[in-house]
Design a protein around this ligand. Structure first.
Ligand code: 5AD
Ligand code: SF4
Length: 452
């Protein structure tokens, strides 16, 4: 069905085209899907490019300066595109840049029609109505008390075998470098029954793997029928959903890894053996300055306990280099921690001062020092990643086939450890979990053959 063949204007028959561009984290990927569903109820059909779109939404990220600046260059490009094609394009900025900069965006880029913070997506339809009525640029960046998801359509379908489910949002940790507590607000957990119902809908429409999302997901404490539920309890309940083969959760804070959650890793087969547990630095002095509220050795001991519960668990992390005050010795401590833990996968970043956060005003580490430290951290991480990838060769592991591969007869899938695996299957077996013997390890993927 295309918009050109539609003659009726009544929703939900699509009459307008929507292009959503998503920057940053998986939470934004989830939010973009939900905005797309909400706007489908207003007659918008999603398209893959801005070329013919009536409405373009940029779902933005403010975590580092580079991510935020990219939005402004994309807005410049959209303005050019609108001029070239000669038909009007409404432009909206959503996400964390919208929350952090609000009205400022419209001042800097008057072509922007709406600015909507991450807690106000349920208000998009009324904002578009106001635009249609000629009321001028719409800006909403309030933090409402109600659940922003409660009003969104309950028709959520999975678009494939893997799906995201946002269970918790916001953060009360206030790490000194991080904008999340300001852009996403205080920690909020969605009620457990709503999440179980949404998970069932996803599974009914084809999801075999669900990743529970939250900025601080293991601090989850949503209402259940009998008081507050922890993440461990939620995971145990999700594991009872027939046909939901795999559960993951991200991102966690070390201080919220409860005994029950650690035990769940040992007891629940459906909980995948992969854990993203950022530590940021290996220096106690820097961890203290970052307001992380844990030290490097307590993190090491925590990982020992997690590995005791689930020996094959693959660890992932985040690292920041060049945080204010980081000396050569502090940095060496980070390298030591990386070697001790042996990560299967990890992200690393140069510290980027974010306006309004406590560390932004402190004396900065020189850029060339940051660049050099980042290269060294990445080298150390790559080495441990390569070791992990190589150790997979010869193993037979269950792979969830989730998309076609590049070549004829090839499919891509996911290992339990979140690696991409490609193999030849000669049929569309999307959604199946098949045993695969790994034959080759690459930097960010594996190759294998069907074992049965
Ligand atoms: N500068 C650099 N990296 C940052 N992160 C968060 N804030 C900053 C910042 N100001 C990184 C952290 C976090 C990940 C999502 O982004 O490592 O875990
Ligand atoms: Fe940001 Fe994570 Fe720290 Fe929260 S716990 S302030 S989201 S880095």
């Amino acid at each position: 069905m295309t918009a050109q063949t539609d003659t009726q204007a009544k929703a939900p028959t699509p009459t307008k085209k929507l292009y959503v561009k998503t920057y940053g984290c998986q939470m934004n990927v989830y939010d973009s899907e939900r905005m797309t569903e909400t706007l489908a109820g207003q007659g918008y059909e999603a398209v893959d490019t801005p070329d013919t779109a009536d409405l373009v939404l940029l779902n933005t990220c403010h975590i580092r300066e580079k991510a935020a600046e990219k939005v402004y260059s994309d807005l410049g490009r959209l303005r050019k595109l609108e001029k070239q094609r000669g038909t009007p394009m409404q432009v909206g900025v959503a996400g964390c840049v919208a929350q952090a900069e609000g009205e400022e965006i419209v001042r800097r880029m008057p072509q922007v029609d709406l600015v909507v913070g991450p807690q106000a997506y349920h208000r998009l339809p009324e904002m578009l109505d106001a635009l249609d009525e000629g009321k001028g640029a719409q800006v909403i960046t309030d933090f409402p008390v109600e659940d922003k998801f409660a009003d969104l359509p309950k028709t959520r379908k999975s678009s494939g075998p893997t799906a995201f489910l946002s269970v918790q949002e916001g953060c009360d940790k206030f790490c000194a470098f991080c904008v999340v507590p300001y852009t996403r607000g205080a920690e909020y957990s969605r009620p457990a029954p709503d999440l179980l119902a949404e998970a069932r809908r996803l599974v009914d429409s084809g999801a075999r793997e669900i990743t529970l999302l939250g900025q601080n997901v293991n601090a989850y404490h949503g209402k259940g029928e009998d008081g507050d539920w922890s993440l461990a309890r939620l995971v145990r309940a999700m594991a009872e959903i027939e046909d939901l083969a795999r559960i993951r959760y991200t991102t966690s804070h070390p201080n919220d890894m409860s005994d029950d959650l650690i035990a769940a890793h040992g007891e629940i087969d459906r909980l995948m053996p992969f854990l993203h547990l950022p530590v940021q630095s290996g220096s106690d002095k820097i961890l203290k300055a970052m307001n992380r509220k844990h030290d490097a050795d307590s993190y090491r001991r925590l990982i020992e306990r997690i590995r005791a519960a689930r020996p094959d668990i693959a660890m992932s992390g985040d690292f920041i280099v060049g945080f204010p005050g980081e000396s050569d010795e502090d940095f060496e401590e980070t390298l030591r921690l990386i070697r001790d833990i042996q990560y299967a996968q990890a992200f690393s970043f140069k510290y980027s001062p974010r306006p309004g956060t406590p560390a932004a005003g402190a004396e900065q580490v020189a850029e060339d020092v940051k660049v050099e430290r980042l290269a060294r951290v990445q080298e150390a991480l790559l080495e441990s990643q390569a070791t992990f990838q190589q150790a997979c060769v010869g193993q037979t592991m269950p792979v969830l086939l989730d998309r076609p591969g590049k070549f004829d007869g090839q499919m891509m899938g996911r290992s339990p450890y979140l690696q991409n695996v490609h193999l030849t299957v000669n049929a569309d077996r999307r959604g199946e979990i098949v045993p695969v013997t790994i034959t080759e390890a690459h930097r960010s993927s594996l190759a294998g053959t069907l074992a049965a």
